[in-house]
Design a binder for this molecule. Sequence first.
Ligand code: P6P
Length: 328
Amino acid sequence: MAGQQYEIRENLTSLDLRLRASAAAMPEGLAELISAIALAGKSIAQKVRRARIEDVVGEVGVTNVQGEVQQKLDVISNELLKHTLARIPSVAVIASEEEEEVLVLRNRSDGGVFSVLFDPLDGSSNIDVGVGIGTIFSVLPNREESTDTAASALQPGTSQLAAGYVLYGSQVALVLTIGDGVDMYVLDPCLGEFVLVAEGLRMPDRKKVYSLNEAYVDTFPESYRRYLTHAHKSGYSGRYIGSMVADVHRTLIKGGVFLYPPTESNPDGKLRLLYEANPMSLLIEQAGGRASTGSGRILQVRPTRVHQRTPVILGSAVEVEQVESHQP
Ligand code: P6P
C-alpha cells in the first residue's frame, strides 16, 4: 500500500528566502535593506500589540515637525527604524516623518547607495482604539556623492527602487514592490516569519467605494464636491478608517478610490509626498491602479522640501479617472 499521503498546507515561502533567492537580480544591498525593514516591522508589531500592556499608548507631550502631537509609539517606532537602518552599510540617508532634518549616515564613496524614507507609524492616533496602523517606506538611489544635503531624498517617486508598508492590523501584513509587481506577506506568529500570501497582486480596475473624510466637504475644492455628488447618485458607498495604511490596504485588495483632497487647513492636502504618497502610489500603479494629485501623476511630482504635502487620489484606474473627470 502506498505510504500515507500528507498534504502540506503550510505556506513555507518566506520573505527572507525570496530575498536571498532574488538578491543577485536586485541592486546590490537592496535585499539586505528590505530584510532589515521587515525585521524592524516585526519589532514594531510586537510593540503595537503590547502597547496597552506596557502602557506606551498616549501622547509624549510634544509636537513633531508636522505640528502633530507625537504618540509614545511614534517615537519608539522611529528610534527602532533608525537604529536598525543605521547598521545597514548601504544606507546613506534617512528621512522620517518624525525627524525635522534628513539624517546623513555615509557618502556614496563610503558605500551609502540608498536613501530610505519612512513614516514610522502612520495613523498612530488610532493606536489607543485598536485600529489598523502601519509603517510606510520608500527606497531611493543615493545619487549624491556628498550627502550633507537633503538632495539625495528629494527625488520624484518614479526613482524609487522599492516601496511598501507593514500594516499592524488583524494580521501583520507586509506589502512590497521592487518595481516588478506587488507581493504580499503575512507574519506567521508561530514561525516569526513573513510568509508569501499573494504574488503579483492586481487590484480591481473599478469598485464603487470612495474613501475620504467627508467632514471637510465644505472646504474641498468644488471639483471634489461635484465628484461626491456624482458618487452619491451613482450607488457608491463610503469606507474611511482614518489610517492611510489601512485605507490603502483595503483599496488595494478590494478596489475603490482613496482621496485626501486640499482643505482649508491643508491647502496642499495633508499627506506627505516623499514617505506616504510616493510609496503608496508606486504600489497602486504596480498593481494596475492609478495615483493622481488631481492635476498629474503623483510619481512625477518633483519634490523641493522633505516634508512637503500633496493632494492624493489613488486606487482603481476607472475610479481615479472618475474623480479626475470632475477636475477643472
Ligand atoms: P484626517 C493619520 O494621522 C494620517 O496621517 C493618515 O494616516 C490618514 O489617512 C490621515 O492622517 C487622516 O487624516 O484629517 O482624516 O484625520
